[in-house]
Structure formats: C-alpha cells, structure tokens
Design a protein around this ligand. Structure first.
Ligand code: MFK
Length: 550
C-alpha cells in the first residue's frame, strides 16, 4: 500500500477548546453558562465541520468588481464569494453581532458575543471585518444619541434576520494616509436649508467591505479648519431605493497580501448624500467608539486565528509519523507547540478581559477607574495580540513542514490573514502612541497596577510564584522607564513607546493567565494553564530597553 497522509481537521471548536471553556466557567455564573452553551456548541460544530469544509472548497474564489454592463452603463457591481454569502447568513442567524445588543445577560453578553465571534472567525475568511465594522457602527450610532439614524439603521445592524441584516463600512483612509486621518481631503457640502444633510466629494483609498449597505465616514464641512477637529462624522447609505450606488464610483478592488475575500476598494465620492451623525466638527473623536470596537474585534480575531492554527497543528501531530513515532510523541515538537500554546493562551485572556470591560462600559456598570483601564488596554491589547498572531501563524505553518507552505492545504492563508492584524485598525506604532495618549491626564497606569496585583497577590501554587515575580518586575521596569523617559524628554518617550506598550501588554497577559491558572488548578485540578503561564513567563515579557540615555 502506498503511504497516504491523513489531513488535519478541526473538531467541534467549542467542545475542544479547553482555554475558552475554562475561562467561561470562571467568569460566567452557572445559569448564564448553561444558557449560552448551546449557541457556542452549535457554532463550534459548524466552524469545525461544514464551514471549514466550505472554506477549503471556496479557497480560490475572490470577490469581483464589474464596472460596466454590456451596454456601456457604469454599474460597479461587487460579487462576493459563496463562502462570504453563507457567512453573512450564519452571522446574522447566530447573532454574532446581535448578541452584544440583546444583552440577555447584561454586560456578560459582550463576552458571549466575543466567544461567538472567536468561534466563527477562523472558518469564514475574515468575514469578521464587516461584522466588526457593523458592531462598531451600531455602538457609535447608539452613543451618538442621533435618534433618526438610530431608528433608521441600528435595527438592521443588530437583527438576527438575514433578510433584514445590514453591514456597515468604516471609510477613513485616504491617499493622504491611513494613520494620520486628520489630513483627510474629502469635502462635505451642506444641502441648502438642511443643517444635517450634506453631499460628500472626495476619494477614499482603502475602504474595507465595500459591499456594506451603510458606512460611517469622515469628511470636512466647507470652511472647517484642517486637522482631525475640522472633520465631521457622517452616515451614508451606499445605494438608493433602486439599488444604484449613491454617487459612488468603485475604481478598483485592492490586490492584497491576505484578507483576499474582503472586497477592499478605492472609491470616488461624487456628491454622495450623507447625514451628520453628531456635530459638524471633531470627527476623529466621534468615530473613536467605532475604532475601539473594531480594535476589540481585531484582538478577538487574532486569538481566534492562533487557536485555529494550533487546533490544526495539534490534530496533525497525532496523525503525522516521522522517525518512528507520531509527532505528538516527539519531545521537541511538543515543546514547540507548548510555546505557541502559551502565547495564544496569554493573548486570549487579554482580549477577553477587554471584552469584559467593554461589556461593562456598554451597560453603564463600569467605574471611572475601569473606564480608564479600558481606554488604556484597548490599544495595548490590539497591538500585543496582533504581533502574537503573526509569529504564532508563522510557527504553525512550520510545524507542518512543507505542507504548511503549500496553498491547497489551506494553511498559508492563516499567515497571510494574520499579517493584517498588526496593520489595520492602527499599526503597532500608531497604537503605541495611542497608549501614551491614553495615559495622559489620567490614572490608568495605577489601575493597571491594581489589576495585575489582584491577579497575582493570591497565588498560592509555588510553581506560579516565579511567574508572579516576573509580572511585578516587568511592570516596575516599565513604569520606571516611563518616568525616566519623561524626564529625558518627548523624543525618548516616543522612541520607546512600542517596547513600553508591548511590555505592558505581555505583563498584563501573564498576570491574567496566572489568575486563570490558579483558578483551574483549584477548581478543575487542571495544571495545563499553569504550564502555559510558567512557559510564557520565560518568554520575553520585559522588552524595555533603556538605550535612550546613550
Ligand atoms: C478583524 C476585525 C478587524 C476589523 C477590521 C475592520 C476593517 C477596517 C479597515 C480600516 O478602516 S483600517 C483604518 C483604521 N484606521 C485607524 O485605525 C486610524 C489609525 N490612526 C489613529 O488611530 C490615530 O491615532 C488618530 C487618527 C486617532 C489620530 O488622529 P488625530 O486627529 O491626531 O487625533 P487626536 O487629536 O490625538 O485625537 C482627537 C480626539 O480623539 C481626542 O479627544 P479630544 O478631542 O477630546 O481631545 C482623542 O483623545 C480622541 N481619541 C483618539 N483616539 C481615541 C480617542 N478617544 C477614544 N479612543 C481612541 N482610540
């Protein structure tokens, strides 16, 4: 018989996920856990079975743009791939956005919704992008108090009925830049006699998921000053009642390294009707709720991709034999996977902790102190998990040897898609600067210290004590560095911002992982998180370097 290799296959992605299940057992009251488990088990099953099979079958399909019909009419029609069309229906029916707004379990509904997103994401080729923006748009509109727009759009954004479901775009980036959004050149001309209706004229350079029914975007009302303060936040609908684009031209779809199913477009706005969401200034500040929700999704997606890679690698290790034994019995292979598990597990706890804080903020149950912590941890979480997703995906591919480098295994897409995590929604450096912005004028570092202290102060297991010491020492080093850098001047603070933010991120990840490990040891007699915490503690947690003094 000729040798035939069995391919890797994910099982039920909820039932097999020790980390997710133990976390939910810790943070959810028993009755809430019982109530949500059915939805998680079902989506976990779909994600590991039909959706995964469909994803492999859909591998070569990409969205297409048809700009002209046979008779010379400009139509700019975007066709999505079959996987994305299915994903839209499943996302609506399973409440992958809606769950956060139904709030059946108060603030914990955000945790439930993020668990759904985490299970759904890896089998749907970044359909999480339009869902993230939809969620962010719903939050932003609700926070805006603009009742007309809330009544018009929010029911569509948070429905479970796929026939009523709308997704939202987030159109920010222009040719002038994706980071320095204040340079945006799109102009908003007010309709005569109506203070909230405008027409937008400009060119948007990187608009993700152009297939959405609505978008939130930034434009500068005529006469406004330059910079982010002179921009205003607008709501627009992409098509009119006849299904024609609302004075929008789609110039082309981007040819990207990854996220190939996402129809990311370059657009011209040629007098697109748009409504002011809030005041006619301060667009950057007013779009921030959207950014913070999409950054949460970014973190959840980063940990979801890491989890999928590990699920496949662990399954494959049982099936692949080399040098006389399955890889799952090879000490070096196991050691390598354990390192990846530690990274993924640590990242998981930070992303879901930000989900907990976000939920409390949305239900108004958050204290001022925790609101400051949420503001600080959102960029810290996004930048830390984004970097981890890329390094874990790269190692996952390597754990398959040559098969990980071959397209029709469906594995290389993990790395290509992971690479977007540190780029969009703010690069690592932009978010490191946002971390500094979040520290300004508040007490959030103190709140972070209280959090990590509460995580490690009750550690009783001797084999977690060393890890707890790493938490304390790296946090102390980060805060000492910041004080010294501030004395040295703004240049020093800015130059070290990435190392500082990543140190905070990895330190708080370790602290949260220790808390979970202690709980699992006591309540489940399970030492696997302890093993991950110990291993993570021996990775590079403290990345501070004090070279600015040279
Ligand atoms: C898988 C799931 C992922 C979902 C993907 C969705 C795909 C979408 C694709 C994209 O659209 S990617 C493009 C996303 N673009 C960005 O993320 C922008 C990156 N750049 C930044 O974040 C810059 O830091 C920023 C544009 C905000 C800088 O602009 P400014 O004008 O220099 O900001 P400034 O003056 O510092 O802040 C203006 C106000 O906003 C301030 O408040 P005040 O007016 O009260 O002083 C800030 O405090 C506030 N602000 C800024 N960032 C904030 C924030 N408030 C809360 N949270 C934040 N994150």
């Amino acid at each position: 018989m000729q040798f035939q290799q069995a391919p890797p296959a994910p099982g039920n992605q909820y039932e097999d996920d020790r980390v997710l299940r133990a976390y939910l057992s810790r943070v959810l009251p028993k009755d809430v856990l019982r109530d949500v488990e059915e939805s998680l088990t079902e989506l976990g099953r779909l994600s590991g079975a039909e959706l995964y099979e469909f994803q492999l079958a859909d591998r070569l399909n990409e969205p297409t743009l048809t700009q002209w019909d046979a008779w010379g009419n400009r139509i700019d029609k975007v066709e999505l791939t079959p996987l994305w069309r299915l994903a839209e229906r499943i996302a609506a029916e399973h409440g992958v956005v809606a769950t956060a707004y139904e709030q059946r379990h108060g603030s914990l509904s955000r945790v439930h919704q993020c668990a759904l997103a985490y299970l759904f994401t890896p089998s749907t080729d970044i359909y999480s992008c339009p869902l993230a923006m939809t969620d962010g748009a719903a939050r932003t509109l609700l926070d805006s108090g603009n009742q007309k727009l809330i009544d018009r759009a929010v029911p569509h954004l948070i429905t479970r009925n796929p026939n009523e479901f709308w997704t939202a775009g987030q159109w920010m980036t222009e040719l002038t830049g994706g980071s320095d959004v204040g340079l945006s050149e799109t102009v908003a001309k007010q309709d005569p006699g109506d203070s909230t209706s405008f027409r937008l004229y400009g060119r948007k350079w990187f608009t993700s998921a152009v297939s959405s029914q609505i978008a939130l975007t930034l434009a500068r009302p005529e006469g406004n000053p330059p910079g982010g303060r002179g921009l205003a936040l607008f709501y627009l609908e992409t098509r009119d009642e006849h299904g024609r684009l609302n004075n929008i031209e789609i110039n082309r779809l981007k040819d990207k390294l990854g996220t190939r199913k996402v129809p990311t477009a370059e657009l011209n706005l040629n007098g697109t009707p748009a409504e002011l969401v809030k005041e006619s200034t301060d667009g950057v500040r007013n779009i921030a709720p959207l950014l913070n929700i999409t950054r949460l999704w970014n973190g959840i997606s980063a940990v979801a991709l890491m989890r999928r890679g590990l699920a496949l690698a662990e399954d494959y290790a049982q099936k692949r034999t080399a040098f006389g034994a399955p890889l799952s019995e090879k000490p070096l292979h196991l050691d390598t996977l354990a390192g990846l598990q530690a990274e993924a597990e640590a990242a998981f706890h930070l992303a879901f902790y930000v989900a907990e804080l976000t939920g409390r903020s949305e239900t108004g149950e958050i204290s001022d102190e925790d609101a400051q912590l949420l503001r600080l941890l959102t960029p810290v979480m996004k930048l830390t998990t984004g970097k981890q997703a890329v390094s874990v995906a790269s190692e996952v591919l390597e754990s398959f040897g040559g098969a990980g480098y071959v397209e029709d295994t469906g594995l290389p897409v993990l790395l290509r898609d992971a690479q977007v995590m540190p780029i969009w929604e703010g690069t690592t450096n932009v978010l490191a600067l946002d971390t500094l912005r979040a520290l300004r004028g508040g007490d959030s570092l103190k709140q972070l210290q209280l959090l990590i202290t509460s995580c490690v102060e009750n550690v009783s297991a001797p084999n977690l004590a060393d890890a707890a010491r790493v938490v304390r020492s790296s946090f102390d080093h980060a805060t000492t560095w910041l004080a010294e850098a501030e004395r040295a001047g703004q240049h020093a603070v800015e130059a070290g911002a990435r190392r500082f933010s990543l140190t905070l991120g990895r330190t708080v990840e370790l602290a949260l992982l220790i808390r979970q490990a202690q709980w699992s040891k006591e309540k489940e007699s399970d030492d696997r998180s302890t093993a991950s915490a110990r291993r993570f503690a021996h990775s590079a947690i403290d990345l501070i370097w004090t070279g600015f003094q040279d």
